[in-house]
Design a protein around this ligand. Structure first.
Ligand code: ZN
Length: 237
């Protein structure tokens, strides 16, 4: 049995990770979330975007994977599992998942905007959020940015192609904590359905996928995933 898990912001939110859409910090609440999650926003004000990312990266490193992440990690003891995630945090990896395709990038990886060279110098440790912070500068003079996908940018080819391949080879797709509205990633469950695959959705709320999924559970990742192998025995067949 080959299982692919396709995850979105909901599973990270259950660990306490704030999302772009939350007004989580008074500091940024007067800004449109688009300003810290788009290439336009970066071009207008890289200091604002860098301050937001550095703080949120440090928040992400302090939160822990939840029982949903851990259940997915544990499935590897029984079946072939790959994770395709829209999340830019590392909670799946820290919960034991060994193959994770980050289709929207990775907030712990940095690169130059001009020459694309990876940036691995130590970053300032913040004790409180800072509204605007100058990003580091590459030796070529370009600004350093997080290696994440912003609105207005294409998805990185390598993880995207790996995600497609994983889904094409899967028997079951488990879709967790994603509203299914941000394309092209939202097209991945549709691709699996078109191939006649079993698609299991876990989301406390109905989504555009709910009516089409083979099974759709109205609950959270941390509630559903730990007992799911018992509830849906085909999963770990
Ligand atoms: Zn450079």
């Amino acid at each position: 049995m080959r299982v692919v898990v396709f995850s979105g912001a909901g599973i990270s939110a259950e660990s306490g990770m704030p999302t772009f859409r939350d007004e989580d910090d008074g500091l940024w609440s007067r800004y449109d979330p688009y300003e810290v999650s788009s290439i336009d926003g970066w071009n207008r004000n890289p200091e604002l975007v860098w301050g937001w990312y550095l703080w949120h990266q440090q928040l992400a490193s302090r939160i822990e994977p939840n029982s949903g992440h851990r259940a997915i990690g544990d499935w590897e003891q029984h079946v072939d599992v790959q994770v395709v995630t829209q999340n830019v945090d590392d909670l799946h990896e820290r919960a034991g998942s060994s193959i994770v395709h980050h289709v929207h990038g990775d907030m712990f990886v940095f690169r130059c905007t001009a020459c694309t060279k990876p940036y691995t110098e130590p970053l300032p440790q913040l004790t409180e959020p800072v509204l605007e912070l100058a990003p580091p500068v590459c030796e070529c003079g370009g600004l350093i940015r997080p290696d994440v996908v912003w609105f207005g940018e294409d998805l990185p080819e390598v993880p995207w192609n790996a995600a497609i391949e994983a889904i094409d080879n899967a028997d079951v797709l488990v879709v967790v904590g994603t509203s299914g509205v941000v394309y092209p990633a939202a097209g991945l469950p549709e691709r699996a359905l078109a191939q006649g695959k079993t698609v299991v959705e876990i989301n406390p709320e109905e989504t555009p996928l709910t009516a089409k999924a083979t099974v759709s559970l109205r609950t959270t990742a941390s509630a559903a995933l730990p007992g799911m192998a018992q509830r849906l025995p085909f999963l770990l067949g």
